[in-house]
Ligand binder design. Structure first.
Ligand SMILES: [Fe+2]
Length: 297
C-alpha cells in the first residue's frame, strides 16, 4: 500500500447560521439568506476541495465534548437529526454520513500509543453534533466522501491551556501517522471560530445583517493579526501568541482543532489562503486553506 498523505487542511468554522442562510433541503428552518461573505468563502473552499479529490475528510469539533479522552466515530453509517441546542430555531438538520472506520480505528490506536486516553464511539444511534455536521455540510454538501469525526476532549478547559494544547499536538501527530499507515489521501478540517465573544440577544429576524458586526474591537484586531500571520506563513509566531489570543479574544481555537490540524500537517511555514472572513453573532470566522499538495508541487 502506498504511504498516505495529508493533501490539505482547512480552517472550517461551524456557525449553524451558515447552513440556515443557505437553505439546503436537509435543514428544516427556512431563511431569507444572510452571512453571504462567509458562505461565498465556503464556495471557494468547496471548489478547492473538489480538485483535491480526497479519500476522506477528518473533522475535529468543539461541540462533541467528551470529558474522558478523545473519541472517534466508529460506526460505518450514521444518520439522524442534528439540532443545535442553542439555536434549535435555525438548525435542525437531517444527516446521513459514512465513516471511514478503519482510519478512525488507526487514529485511535496511534493516539493510545502516544499515551492519550482514546476510545471508539460505537453507538449506532449516535446523534452527531452540529459542529461536525455544519463544517462537513459547508465544505462538501454532497456528502459523498467518507469522514472521520473526532471529539473535543476539552482538556484545555479543565487542565491548563498549554497542557490541553500539548495533548492536541500529540493527537495531530497520531492522526498523521494513521493517515500515512492506512494509505489515505486525506483532508483535515479544523472546526473552529477565531474570536468568540458573542451577542446574547437575537434580532427578530435572525438574518438581519444590519445587526451583524464584530462583537468588539479587541476581538477584531486579534482576528486580523492572526489572519495576517497565517497568510504570511508565520506559523511559529502564530503558535507563540496563540495562548494570549485565546485569553484575550476568548478564541474557540482553545478547544484544540486548530492545533490538532497544524500538528498533523507538521506546522508548515507556508502561506494560508484566506477564502473569506465574516462575523456570526459577533464572533470572528475565517475560512482558510493550507494546500500541502500544491505547496509540494
Ligand atoms: Fe462553536
Amino acid at each position: 500500500m502506498p504511504k498516505g498523505e495529508i493533501l490539505a487542511g482547512f480552517l472550517a468554522p461551524h456557525p449553524p447560521h451558515l447552513v440556515y442562510g443557505e437553505n439546503p433541503p436537509q435543514n428544516e428552518a427556512r431563511s431569507e439568506g444572510g452571512w453571504e461573505q462567509l458562505r461565498w468563502a465556503y464556495e471557494r473552499a468547496r471548489k478547492s476541495l473538489d480538485e483535491l479529490k480526497p479519500d476522506v475528510l477528518l473533522v475535529h469539533s468543539p461541540h462533541w465534548m467528551t470529558q474522558l479522552g478523545h473519541h472517534f466515530l466508529g460506526v460505518k453509517k450514521l444518520s439522524g437529526k442534528s439540532v443545535d441546542p442553542i439555536f434549535p430555531n435555525l438548525f435542525r438538520y437531517s444527516f446521513a454520513l459514512e465513516v471511514d472506520v478503519a482510519l478512525a480505528e488507526a487514529c485511535c490506536a496511534k493516539a493510545r500509543d502516544k499515551g492519550l486516553v482514546a476510545k471508539m464511539m460505537r453507538n449506532p444511534n449516535f446523534r452527531v453534533d452540529y459542529g461536525t455536521i455544519t463544517t462537513l455540510h459547508m465544505i462538501r454538501p454532497q456528502w459523498d466522501i467518507p469522514v472521520v469525526g473526532i471529539s473535543a476532549n476539552n482538556s484545555p478547559y479543565y487542565l491548563s491551556t498549554q497542557q490541553g494544547l500539548d495533548e492536541m499536538d500529540l493527537l495531530g501527530k497520531a492522526t498523521r501517522e494513521a493517515i500515512e499507515a492506512t494509505g489515505r489521501r486525506a483532508v483535515l478540517l479544523a472546526s473552529n471560530t477565531l474570536s468568540h465573544f458573542h451577542f446574547h440577544e437575537e434580532p427578530a429576524l435572525p438574518e438581519d445583517m444590519s445587526r451583524e458586526h464584530p462583537f468588539d474591537m479587541t476581538g477584531y484586531r486579534w482576528d486580523m493579526r492572526m489572519i495576517e500571520l497565517l497568510r504570511k506563513g508565520k506559523t511559529d509566531e502564530v503558535f507563540r501568541v496563540l495562548p494570549q489570543f485565546i485569553d484575550e479574544a476568548f478564541a474557540e481555537v482553545k478547544s484544540g482543532a486548530f492545533t490538532w490540524m497544524f500538528a498533523a500537517m507538521g506546522y508548515p511555514q507556508i502561506p494560508g489562503e484566506l477564502h473569506g472572513y465574516g462575523t456570526v453573532i459577533g464572533t470572528g470566522n475565517a475560512v482558510m486553506e493550507w494546500n500541502l499538495a500544491k505547496a509540494a508541487a
